[in-house]
Design a binder for this molecule. Structure first.
Ligand code: MRU
Length: 363
């Protein structure tokens, strides 16, 4: 992995060219999201092991963006396999996918992208190995480009739910930085702005990794979309004062019954929204819907390093040796979710029926 400081400044209202990944000439560049908003540093990746480490260490994060990065990881791994035997090639490809899949457990888009790359190879085993390698590069590019396109479609559906003048609370970062481009929750906001609506965003800072203050605030400010930053524990007060009209968040995995795993703190926002009679929307591509899980209790929840809670950079915020929990995600029960917005339309009510219809419509 090497470092380059290529500028990525292209700010425009409601449709910025912000992307977390750039690919050219066999090299993947990732904007190091750990350093935002104060440093824009692009890192270069050429091997699947490097890509796996970037996902694990959160250089790239956000469910769809993790999937896109992993797809390039599979291509790098395939490129370096030295065999002409199809059986041997497929066996090594499986272990590359397993390595990439062991990085983060909650976002299903990671496993969706790995399965898509692996199945693509499986479907073409009548071809010579070198041809499959070439095709896998195009498949990785297709996954990233499709995600950007799907988010724009998701945004067009979702913006119908936003009224002119709405003040919208979001949690974590479900924006361009978290996807192949444009964003899911922030894609809905961008589409509403593009449709001529005045929208003001309230961004939860999102302890402990601060995706809200570091990333959501950064990308909305670049797009000139009004954004006000709050600490996570201020949301209830603003709701009680009538200062929030609706909430929109992304998702890392949605079970068949509509239960939603998303960044820790999402559940709290959903409970508060219910108490105050405020709509709570989830925006996610159908690749985030996991119909193999009947409900959210089956979604694996990642627990991250204690240091994310006890330290801010090098600064210690808690006594040494304190006991810490750091679950990175929580599950919001479907009953608290007003609607789920996808690229194929909006599901409401009976998610068991309506979500599978949307997934079926998209594949
Ligand atoms: O730990 P992260 O930053 O990868 O978590 C990201 C989130 O929880 C996002 O809300 C989710 O992935 C949706 S991104 C479109």
């Amino acid at each position: 992995m090497t470092q380059s400081n290529i500028p990525n400044r292209c700010s425009s209202a409601a449709g910025s060219g912000i992307k977390p990944l750039r690919y050219a000439n066999g090299v993947l560049q990732m904007l190091d999201q750990r350093l935002l908003p104060t440093e824009e540093t692009w890192l270069e990746y050429r091997t699947y092991q490097e890509v796996a480490e970037a996902i694990r260490s959160m250089v790239v994060r956000g469910a769809p963006a993790i999937g896109c990065a992993a797809a390039f990881g599979v291509w790098f791994g395939a490129r370096d396999i030295e065999t002409e035997s199809m059986d041997e090639f497929m066996a090594q490809l499986d272990s590359i996918c397993d390595h990439l899949g062991a990085t983060r457990p909650t976002a299903v888009n990671l496993f969706w992208a790995l399965d898509r790359m692996r199945n693509f190879a499986r479907c073409h085993t009548d071809r010579p190995v070198f041809q499959i390698k070439i095709a896998l590069e195009y498949e990785a590019l297709a996954i990233a480009e499709e995600d950007d396109r799907l988010n724009k479609s998701l945004g067009r559906h979702g913006q119908e739910l936003i009224a002119d003048g709405n003040r919208v609370l979001t949690h974590c970062n479900a924006g361009a930085l978290a996807t192949g481009g444009y964003g899911t929750a922030l894609g809905v906001i961008r589409a509403a702005v593009a449709a001529g609506k005045q929208v003001a965003v309230i961004a939860d800072e999102t302890r402990p990794f601060l995706q809200g203050s570091r990333l959501t605030a950064w990308e909305l400010q670049r797009d000139n979309i009004p954004v006000t930053l709050i600490c996570d524990n201020m949301a209830g007060y603003l709701m009680s004062k009538g200062e929030i009209d609706c909430c929109i968040v992304g998702a890392d995995r949605i079970a068949a019954n509509g239960d939603v795993a998303n960044k820790i703190g999402t559940y709290t926002v959903a409970v508060l929204a219910k108490e105050h009679g405020i709509p709570f929307y989830v925006a996610a591509p159908t690749s985030t819907i996991d119909l193999s899980l009947s409900d959210g209790s089956l979604i694996p929840i990642e627990e991250r390093d204690q240091r994310e809670v006890t330290h801010q950079g090098e600064k210690q915020l808690a006594p040494a040796g304190i006991m810490v929990r750091n679950p990175a995600f929580d599950v919001t029960p479907a009953r608290l979710v007003t609607a789920i917005i996808t690229e194929n339309g909006i599901a409401e009510g009976n998610y068991l029926v309506n979500l599978s219809a949307l997934v079926g419509g998209g594949r």
